[in-house]
Design a protein around this ligand. Structure first.
Ligand code: AMP
Length: 308
């Protein structure tokens, strides 16, 4: 069985959408990625940090999904990373209200011995120096290194971010972030510019408009499933990334053809994440629901046409 190492925030989130508001609930990039990847039965472990205020029951929740949390350091007298966001009426855009780095500000990650030989590495959203530190702790380069990031790190730590981007194989970012990183408006040109920074594969997430996978001159498009109701988009990007790397880790195939299936897998899982607040839907997801929805994805995109 493949080993998947996941780095990213484990957090408290407070979310406001047109449908309601939450107090501090379980969130964080690594949380969503690992819950999503756990659907593929891979052996995964998280490297992150939380404060003494982080409930043990949240860690147990992850452990019950076979997610190893030995690499989550607990700083007893510190506070957990806290993020708060408010969505606009269209649910496609949001304002970040608060980003309190707390224990993340001085975090020195330690990869557990048992994950130093990870086959796949998912560098989820957090400080790029932490992402780099984890790469440097692995004696052998994993088969595939995927990185996700966001505008917060482009605004505050661009130099460190560029250094880590130079070392990875696949980057997943949203359309606005791709434009910010590349300085190009066209997403095709943005992807080409990003290749020159290091990654051979560029995945651009477009929220309810799906995702694009770029590699050399090839482009593949995965739609998002049109849903009757979207409740809370928080974590959809991370869930997408977890579905992408989880599928690749399960199949062990890093070809472009397989990455197309991985992008569909990511879109499929993200479509569940948005149906309830926070991690709730991902915690209670059944394999039969996932398979059923994959069928809907096939039907959504399949057509016959004669080309003369
Ligand atoms: P997404 O909706 O996929 O972009 O991810 C939302 C998750 O990202 C939330 O659970 C937050 O805790 C986490 N998050 C928000 N801001 C940051 C940041 N600057 N670095 C790392 N994680 C973050």
């Amino acid at each position: 069985m493949s080993k998947l190492l996941i780095v990213g925030t484990v957090a408290f989130d407070a979310i406001e959408t047109p449908f309601g508001k939450t107090d501090k609930i379980l969130g964080g990039a690594a949380t969503y990625i690992s819950l999503s990847a756990s659907q593929f039965g891979v052996h995964s472990g998280i490297v992150s940090v939380v404060g003494g205020d982080f409930p043990k029951s949240y860690l147990e929740k992850l452990n019950s999904k076979n997610i190893n949390t030995d690499g989550i350091e607990i700083i007893e007298d510190g506070k957990t990373f806290f993020w708060s966001g408010k969505y606009h009426n269209d649910l496609n855009s949001r304002d970040t209200l608060i980003t309190d780095l707390n224990v993340l500000a001085n975090f020195n990650p330690v990869v557990p011995e048992s994950f130093k030989d990870a086959d796949f590495l998912m560098l989820g959203n957090l400080h790029p120096s932490v992402q780099m530190d984890v790469i440097n702790q692995l004696p052998k380069k994993p088969k595939l290194v995927v990185l996700d990031t966001m505008n917060f790190w482009m605004d505050n730590t661009l130099k460190e971010l560029m250094e880590v981007i130079a070392k990875i194989d696949v980057i997943t970012i949203n359309d606005e972030e791709a434009r910010q990183l590349s300085g190009e408006y066209s997403l095709v040109k943005a992807a080409q510019k990003i290749y020159t920074m290091g990654p051979k594969y560029v995945v651009i997430k477009k929220g309810e408009h799906g995702a694009l996978l770029f590699h050399e001159d090839n482009v593949f498009f995965a739609p998002a499933l049109p849903l009757e109701e979207v409740f809370d988009p928080t974590g959809a990007g991370d869930t997408f990334a977890g579905g992408f790397i989880g599928y690749i880790a399960k199949t062990g195939d890093i070809s472009f053809e397989n990455m197309k299936r991985a992008v569909i897998s990511g879109s499929n899982l993200a479509s569940f994440c948005v149906e309830k607040f926070g991690t709730e839907r991902m915690e209670n997801l059944q394999q039969s629901e996932i398979q059923q929805r994959l069928l809907q994805f096939k039907q959504l995109t399949q057509f016959e046409i004669e080309i003369n």
